[in-house]
Each structure stands twice: as structure tokens, then as C-alpha cells.
Design a protein around this ligand. Structure first.
Ligand code: GLN
Length: 293
């Protein structure tokens, strides 16, 4: 390898980065240089550490990289392009069958850790609208004696979640099924924890979401009906007959929905134990307990 070859190699990589950055910037992607670099990293099959030591001789599959840049320029979520997303401590596979797991949703996991301090508790957990399985799998990863069921109306999402359980080594304690909310559960089955990040965007707001979300993520996982509360009505009504005594419901909520959730809790004889904000200070997780009546 001559010096000239080396500098040509480096120039090619830098040229690709510049080209990718330009295309993404033109498309209005927020951090174009960063994303172009991450797509290049993915096209090279490199880790972040390898990327720091990027060799001028590194061979990149240009066609693959540029196809990914073009997809990102159409505002496809980054995680759908790379097919993976980190959630809590887990590395999960993602696909358009489910929402991309979000950092906000980790608020639910931190609530569970605080309200169920015994990590050895043999908790039974239900995750409704499980999507990628992120919530259930994160909880199971923290409670080695817990087991759980994830339910999603989309068979593709249930299959994705089941694959993620295997990917995380949690398949012995996690079962997934395609069903409508609690419909498929046997009448007598009760859970210590019922969790959900249900669709909660009011229908008329869905078209105003960022293009990554409105054009690429499953609308069924977003659209919560006219006031965004359809799923919560159903979930809150179901909690009293589905929770074990002392069991908790832990739900994600959208901006401005805290008061409505509190009202639904009262209607269904549920006590709101905590409403926790996400890192942006937005009320994001509601923890409820069945009231003794
Ligand atoms: N937080 C999501 C978003 O707006 C919505 C998720 C949901 O409806 N459950 O990006």
C-alpha cells in the first residue's frame, strides 16, 4: 500500500461523509454530520471504538451506505435502517412492526425499580401493546425471578418481541402473544405488574407528529382516539380484576394527560401512587394501585 493509495482511501471516506452529510442536511435531518458518520459506521460494520481508529484503508460498501443515507433523507427513523435500538441496558431488534423504543419510556422502568425494591421478587408482569417487547424485557432483566407476558395486536410485533427475548437471553421467562389487549387472557389470570405504553396521541394530532413518526411508525401504536385516551379507559377498567392484591399498573402517558388519568383512576377505584416526569420534565409515567373497597 503506497502513500498515494492511503490518501485516496482517506479521501474516499471523507468524500462519502461529506456527501452523506450534505444529502441529510438538505433533507432537514437535525444532526446530519453525526448521522452520516453513524450510517458509515454501520456500513463498515464497525463499533464506535473502531470508528475512532478509522483506517484510511477501510473499505466501505458505498452503495449500501448511500442507500441508507437516501432512506434517512426520506426521514425513515435511524433505528429502522440499522435494525436495532438500545433500551435500558438491552440491545433490541426493531422493525416497522412496532414503535422505536424511546428513552422517555425508560421512566416506566425506573418507577418499577423504586416501587418494587425486592429484586428477587417472583413478579408476574403483563405488558400490553408490547411492540418490540422493550418494557417487559427491561423489567425481566432487572428481576431474575420474574416472568411475564407481552401482548400486541400485531402478530409481526409479537414475533419481533419474541425474537428480542431470545436476543436478550430472557426467552425462558417471557411469552408473547398476538391479541387485543386483555381479551386472550384467561379470566382468572392476575398480575403483580401491568404495564403499557399504549397509543395516546389524539387522532387529529397524528398528522402533526414529526415525519419520522407519522410517515414510518405504525399508526396503530400512536393513535389513541379522539382525545388520545381510548386505551387508558380500557386499561384502567381492566386493572381491578387483573391485578393481584397490592399489584401495580404502570402506564406511559402523553403531554397534558395527567389530569385525565387521575380522573380515570378515581372512576375505577384505583389509587395513583406516583406520576413521574421524564428527563424533559414532562409527566410521563403513572403508577396506580388497586384500592381496597
Ligand atoms: N411518545 C410517542 C411519540 O409521540 C407516542 C407513543 C405512544 O403513543 N404511545 O413519539
Amino acid at each position: 500500500m503506497t502513500f498515494a493509495d492511503n490518501s485516496r482511501g482517506r479521501a474516499a471516506i471523507e468524500q462519502l461523509l461529506r456527501q452523506g452529510t450534505h444529502i441529510l442536511a438538505e433533507a432537514g435531518v437535525e444532526s446530519p454530520r453525526r448521522e452520516a458518520r453513524l450510517l458509515l459506521q454501520h456500513a463498515l460494520g464497525f463499533s464506535a471504538e473502531q470508528m475512532l481508529a478509522l483506517s484510511p484503508r477501510s473499505e466501505v460498501d458505498q452503495a449500501r451506505y448511500l442507500t441508507w443515507v437516501a432512506r434517512r433523507a426520506r426521514h425513515e427513523p435511524f433505528a429502522y435502517i440499522t435494525g436495532q435500538k438500545g433500551f435500558w441496558t438491552l440491545d433490541l431488534a426493531v422493525s416497522p412492526a412496532s414503535l422505536v423504543p424511546r428513552g422517555d419510556t425508560e421512566t416506566l422502568i425506573s418507577c418499577v425499580l423504586d416501587h418494587c425494591p425486592d429484586r428477587e421478587a417472583p413478579l408476574s408482569v403483563l405488558d400490553l401493546g408490547t411492540g418490540s417487547g422493550c418494557i417487559l424485557l427491561a423489567v425481566l432483566s432487572e428481576y431474575p425471578q420474574a416472568q411475564g407476558v407481552g401482548v400486541d395486536i400485531s402478530p409481526q410485533a409479537a414475533a419481533l418481541a419474541a425474537g428480542n427475548a431470545v436476543r436478550c437471553g430472557l426467552e425462558a421467562r417471557a411469552a408473547f402473544m398476538a391479541a387485543n389487549w386483555m381479551d386472550a387472557l384467561a379470566m382468572e389470570t392476575r398480575f403483580d405488574l401491568i404495564m403499557s405504553n399504549p397509543p395516546y396521541i389524539p387522532s387529529h394530532d397524528v398528522t402533526e407528529l414529526m415525519p419520522e413518526v407519522r410517515n414510518h411508525e405504525p399508526v396503530r401504536a400512536l393513535d389513541g382516539g379522539h382525545d388520545g385516551l381510548d386505551a387508558y379507559r380500557l386499561l384502567c377498567a381492566g386493572l381491578p380484576s387483573r391485578l393481584t392484591p397490592g399489584g401495580l399498573g404502570v402506564f406511559e402517558i402523553g403531554i397534558g394527560q395527567e389530569a385525565s388519568l387521575r380522573a380515570l383512576a378515581v372512576e375505577n377505584h384505583l389509587e395513583v401512587v406516583e406520576v413521574r416526569a421524564d428527563f424533559e420534565g414532562i409527566a410521563r409515567a403513572v403508577v396506580m394501585r388497586r384500592q381496597a373497597i
